[in-house]
Design a binder for this molecule. Structure first.
Ligand code: ADP
Length: 742
């Protein structure tokens, strides 16, 4: 029931007519004196959850906020409403700070925003000691999580500060809804144990029933482009998210070549151009932006009709946050992920780069601390020293630098005229053993986050329910209203009706009306998958089809493929039929095509389960005998000129732009192709030896080999992780493999 007094206060103090989803629950908990963790999406109105109680109860509300610009904006907005609020952060001069502390101590303000570093200051502590604190709000609370990318060590001091302040009531707020981060926040703030045993968690507002969620399986960028060109005319205001700067440039150029107005956006472009692009998009001059995840903060446009992900992002949270920028005006919008297994490899590669091994972190710290006479070192020097001058990648070194910087082990000297340099920082003990121990766990968690995204992409279930279930939002059931490709596909299979066909919506990725394979078809499917598995991801689709058909073609015999026990497993079928079967298995996610220049076919983990009949797939019901090839995407259509937008509203994420610096020399496509090929070889080797893959060679070593690109044995010896045993066993194979890749 709406409390009229509270609603009246909302109108009087903030000019809003009603509460947004979740706000009432959180405010009720706060006013009842309970500690609370509020998880609501960006733009959901979290600030009001502490601002309103701050004005309804006596005392001061302390708001810890990590982003100086945002805290200043919020204070300015409150002051404009006549609300006594202020901030304390590093932008104030010494004089201003002491003046303001005096005013805070005298009780002039009801809301005091502070950066987490403030708790290091004795003067500030002394002022706090004398205040009556009604609420201690921790904004962007995921910064307390050691697993979050935004981890801020100063957030760890908050627990101590709370104890010193006599355990005031806490409201933590975040938009990062992953269960592990949530658990971490609760643990770090002491929720769930006395004196905060009754703390509450409120997760609300993530449901976006207006968005149609879809995943379209694609092979190669031409197919993706065709799909994108089919989508844009129907969704003229759109953001196309890419994983790398290189993809951004490519996609933007292709769209422009076809007469479509669009702008690229990534962190490698000059500030001025980025600002201009953002303004043009927000004001409606440009309706299509092709961007990396750097395009996020401050996108103030409500009528975005489509968010297309050209490549998979690194996690389900990242995906949903970006997808959530569509349809802020409440009108229907489409979020489509163009899925390809080859892009997953790119993300895996990034994961390795963003999780440097402990030894590398220590080497980086040693190099900087060991510089003669404390001379600051540049990135090039650090890479050369910490990585023995050759193989460790720039990306991993940069990640190590970021980590050491956050831990206070090093300091960065920013020179506006030249590149940054690093020297020893204030904490000579850092990194401590526990900091290093966290690295492995973080690598595992990052990997698990990517797997969750892949599970979402491959899931036949309702996509809305999958996402909300993952976030723990209680509205996860029944939100879809047939607004995801899977539910639309199921509808279609259930027979005619008002929602019967997904095809009318132009969704090539939506599941066709299907049926279980017959026993005879099962045999064909299992044989095909078994051949793909045995060929170890080293051969293309045609060669696989030849082997299945029992071909004695020279290319087959030269590679010794006619000696495989499965050679000729489908000798009764024509090559065309076998290729159609392979297409169908790829469509179903059982096999994948990897590599742009030399695309090879390999089995996926799902395919391995299907091969064992632990999982099943659906076949098109109109083809009872032999499975049919799926239709190719529609031919590219020239999109119409974009329309002028209608209105604007808020969206965007209060986060510093972060993107994978993949257009740097650290992760060019050639490395990814080599890494891919090495993994495919390792898989086969592991299978043939009956060993787990990492026992052959760990991912990290494969990455080092891919980076170093050794051409002879001596180069290979220099690669980190290659010992004499590996050299004897695999040197020739690895060198031959690499020689085949451009
Ligand atoms: P968050 O911190 O969750 O990202 P904010 O607290 O900054 O979001 O709120 C986003 C916008 O929503 C602000 O402009 C705020 O004024 C507005 N807002 C918050 N609550 C309401 C409400 N109940 N009704 C209308 N607008 C609201």
């Amino acid at each position: 029931m709406e409390d009229p007094t509270l609603t009246a206060a909302l109108g009087r103090l903030f000019g809003h007519r009603s509460f947004r989803e979740g706000q009432r629950e959180v405010i009720d908990a706060v006013l009842a004196g309970r500690d609370c963790l509020a998880v609501m999406p960006t733009g959901g109105g979290k600030s009001l959850c502490y601002q309103l109680p701050a004005l309804l109860r006596p005392g001061v509300t302390i708001v810890v906020s990590p982003l100086i610009a945002l805290m200043q904006d919020q204070v300015a907005a409150l002051v404009a409403r006549g609300i006594p609020a202020t901030f304390l952060n590093s932008t104030l001069s010494g004089y201003e700070m002491s003046e303001r502390l005096g005013a805070v101590a005298s009780g002039r303000y009801r809301l005091v925003y502070v950066a987490p570093e403030r708790f290091r200051s004795q003067a500030f502590q002394a002022v706090l000691d004398g205040l009556e604190i009604s609420l201690f709000a921790v904004d962007e609370a995921h910064c307390v999580s050691l697993w979050g990318h935004d981890f801020r060590p100063d957030y760890l001091r908050l627990r101590e500060a709370l104890a010193r302040l006599g355990e005031p009531q806490v409201l933590a707020l975040t938009a990062t809804a992953t269960p592990e981060v949530r658990k971490d926040i609760a643990a770090q703030l002491g929720f769930g144990a006395p004196p905060r045993a009754t703390a509450e968690v409120v997760v609300r507002g993530f449901g976006r029933p207006g968005l149609t969620l879809a995943v379209t399986r694609t092979r190669g960028r031409e197919q993706k482009l065709a799909r994108l060109l089919a989508l844009l005319p129907e969704h003229p205001v759109a953001i196309v998210y890419c994983a790398t700067r290189k993809s951004v440039e490519w996609v933007a150029a292709e769209l422009r070549n076809r007469g479509l107005r669009c702008l690229p956006y990534h962190a490698g472009l000059p500030d001025e151009r980025r600002r201009e692009t953002q303004e043009r998009f927000t004001s409606g001059w440009t309706d299509v932006v092709v961007a990396t995840n750097a395009f996020g903060m401050g996108i103030d446009r409500a009528d975005v009709r489509a968010i297309v992900h050209w490549e998979v992002p690194g996690s389900l949270e990242a995906y949903y946050q970006e997808a959530g920028r569509a349809g802020r005006d409440g009108q229907p919008a489409r979020c489509e992920l163009l899925f390809s297994w080859a892009d997953v490899r790119t993300q895996e590669f990034f994961l390795l780069g963003s999780n440097p091994p402990k030894a590398l972190v220590l080497e980086v710290a040693k190099a900087i601390r060991g510089a003669p006479a404390g001379r600051p070192l540049g990135l090039g020097e650090i890479i050369a020293q910490a990585s023995d001058g050759s193989s460790a990648g720039a990306m991993a070194v940069e990640t190590a630098l970021g980590l050491l910087l956050r831990l206070g082990a090093i300091e960065r000297l920013q020179d506006p005229q030249g590149p940054d340099a690093w020297r020893a920082g204030p904490d000579p003990e850092a990194p401590r053993a526990e900091d290093l121990a966290r690295l492995d766990a973080k690598a595992q968690r990052d990997d698990a986050r990517l797997r969750r995204l892949l599970a979402y992409a491959g899931s036949p279930g309702c996509r809305h329910a999958t996402i909300l279930g993952y976030f723990g939002d209680p509205q996860s059931q029944g939100i879809c209203l047939d607004r995801c490709d899977n539910c639309l596909g199921r509808r279609a299979r259930l027979g005619p009706g008002p929602h019967a066909s997904g095809a009318g919506l132009g969704i090539p990725g939506s599941p066709p009306p299907g049926r279980e394979p017959t026993e005879a078809e099962w045999v064909q499917i299992q044989k095909t998958l078994s051949v793909v598995a045995r060929m170890g991801g080293r051969f293309g689709r045609h060669r696989v089809a030849q082997v299945l058909s029992g071909s004695k073609d020279q290319a087959v015999t030269r590679a010794g493929l006619d000696a495989l026990p499965t050679h000729g497993a489908l000798s009764g079928l024509t090559i065309a039929k076998i290729r159609a079967l392979l297409d169908l298995l790829e469509e179903a996610g059982c096999v994948e095509t990897v590599g742009e220049d030399y695309p090879v076919l390999r089995i996926t983990p799902f395919g391995a389960d299907v091969m064992q009949r632990r999982e099943s797939i659906q076949l098109p019901s109109r083809a009872p005998k032999a499975p049919k090839a799926p239709k190719a995407p529609k031919a590219p259509k020239a999109p119409k000129a974009p329309k002028t937008p209608r209105d604007q509203a808020t969206s965007g994420a209060p986060r510093a732009p972060r993107e994978k610096p993949s257009s740097k020399p650290s992760a060019p496509d050639g490395i990814v192709a080599r890494f891919d090929a090495l993994r495919a070889w390792r898989l086969e080797e592991a299978r043939s030896r009956g060993l787990p893959a990492f026992r052959i060679l760990p991912d990290r070593t494969l990455m080092e080999i891919a980076r170093a690109r050794p051409r002879q044995r001596d180069d290979l010896i220099a690669v980190k992780g290659i010992g004499p045993a590996t050299l004897t066993k695999y040197a020739d194979t690895i060198l031959a493999l690499l020689a085949r890749i451009k």
